[in-house]
Design a protein around this ligand. Structure first.
Ligand SMILES: C[S@@+](CC[C@H](N)C(=O)[O-])C[C@H]1O[C@@H](n2cnc3c(N)ncnc32)[C@H](O)[C@@H]1O
Length: 413
């Protein structure tokens, strides 16, 4: 069965949304109830208008987060008013639905469905559908909804308070970049782990085990390829510190898509990713994700009690797991690291071939020298023997001549 020819489309969408994160507070102006779920907004916005609206909304939210962090109430009030003047969250969401239209690049979940295509049959045969949490869900007309392969829980801002449910896959498509501050983004990523059913992996006794539990993450491409503070290597290490391994990656002119599997235990002691320039340059952007051992201050009051640590392995084993995890994550990178790695491997192979060739030549040469030496030695021995024999002959004949001469002198016979 293909992903495109599904069973029944998922209809379980209208239940109360669950909280994924409280990173963004429900501010006046952002609290406009459930997002619109219609496939198409009635009024079509121009491409440029859509883009400008989304951009302005992002910028104003970022400024608002900064003003709130500084405690600048006047500035924050002014920014909230400007967001409302733009139509608030609802107009942003409408613009985002427009952005999903086919003529504007299509919906990002179609990439996920492509990646899962080889597993579609197995997924369809399961007694219980794979449970998906779609964060920032704007429409039920997207590819993952239409596939009928998932039992989907959709949430969007404003987020309510319950967060007990476990899922097999989370879709975080174009949501992380919506979070206005770097610490909030790190926290959102970290929280995805709490929602993924870590036992699911063992429960899937088949190829699905190689994919789930998973996180489908989509970001605007410049966030990763042109940021001063984050690149793919750093993101991979950050994800690895949470236990994620990259399974798939796709880069287009506009977006970067990833599929991560939550495979290992998080290493909180390794979660130390402060704001740090990894890619300096005047033309770069400031997108940043900060992941710290300590959660952001404003969020601590909302922390649930920490989970039992029965999952924590002994330090040495955990170290090993983490190292393996990082190596695996790095090896699964299709980006510059992989290219570098491949180049180095090629160079090593070339060098090894040259060394082997040189060794073989040396061996041949030595054999040749040995043979030459042996035949030279044999020849020399032969010449010496012959010379000796000749000398002996000469000596013998000389001796005879001497004896004859002596006898003549002495008047012998
Ligand atoms: C650009 S839209 C993305 C829509 C869709 N997922 C896609 O890929 O096209 C971003 C959505 O994320 C929602 N969002 C942002 N932060 C969120 C959060 N913390 N929890 C839930 N939804 C959030 C916004 O309300 C918005 O509807």
């Amino acid at each position: 069965m293909s992903v495109e020819k599904p069973g029944k489309p998922d209809k379980k969408s209208s239940g109360t949304p669950k909280t994924v994160t409280k990173v963004l507070k429900n501010r006046a102006g952002l609290s406009n109830g459930r997002p619109p779920t219609a496939a198409k907004p009635s009024a079509s916005l121009s491409h440029k208008k859509t883009r400008d609206q989304i951009r302005s909304h992002h910028q104003l939210n970022k400024q608002l987060a900064t003003a709130e962090a500084k405690g600048d109430d006047a500035e924050a009030g002014e920014l909230i008013k400007r967001i409302e003047d733009l139509g608030g969250l609802q107009s942003y969401q409408l613009a985002s639905i427009q952005g999903q239209a086919k003529d504007r690049g299509g919906d990002s979940s179609s990439v996920l469905m492509q990646w899962l295509k080889p597993l579609a049959e197995q997924m369809a045969l399961r007694e219980h559908k794979i449970r998906m949490l779609e964060v920032g869900a704007l429409s039920m007309a997207n590819a993952c909804s239409k596939s009928g392969l998932f039992d989907i829980e959709r949430i969007d801002l404003p987020v309510p308070d319950s967060d007990k449910t476990q899922f097999d896959i989370i879709s975080l498509s174009l949501v992380l970049n919506f979070v206005p501050d770097p610490e909030g983004r790190g926290e959102m990523l970290r929280r995805t782990c709490q929602f993924l059913n870590k036992h699911a992996r063992r429960a899937f006794g088949d190829e699905l085990q190689a994919i789930f539990p998973a996180l489908f993450l989509v970001l605007p491409a410049p966030c990763i390829v042109n940021s001063r503070y984050i690149n793919e290597e750093r993101l991979t290490c950050m994800m690895a510190s949470m236990g994620y391994v990259m399974l798939q990656r796709k880069l287009t002119a506009k977006l970067v898509y990833y599929l991560w599997q939550l495979r290992d235990k998080p290493r909180k002691d390794k979660q130390d990713f402060p704001k740090k320039q990894v890619n300096p340059g005047a033309s770069r952007n400031n997108f940043c994700v900060v992941l710290n051992i300590t959660p952001p201050l404003r969020d601590r009051t909302q922390q649930r009690p920490t989970r039992p640590t029965s999952l924590d392995a002994p330090a040495t084993l955990a170290d090993l797991t983490n190292t393996e995890n990082r190596i695996e994550a790095l090896l699964s990178l299709n980006g510059p690291v992989m290219v570098l790695f491949r180049d180095m491997t090629n160079q090593i192979t070339t060098l090894r071939t040259r060394v082997e060739k040189a060794e073989a030549e040396t061996r041949d040469l030595r054999t040749h020298v040995d043979l030459t030496f042996e035949s030279f030695a044999a020849e020399t021995t032969k010449v010496i023997k012959e010379t000796n024999a000749k000398c002996q002959e000469v000596i013998d004949s000389n001796d005879e001549k001497m004896a004859a001469a002596t006898m003549r002198v002495e008047g012998g016979p």
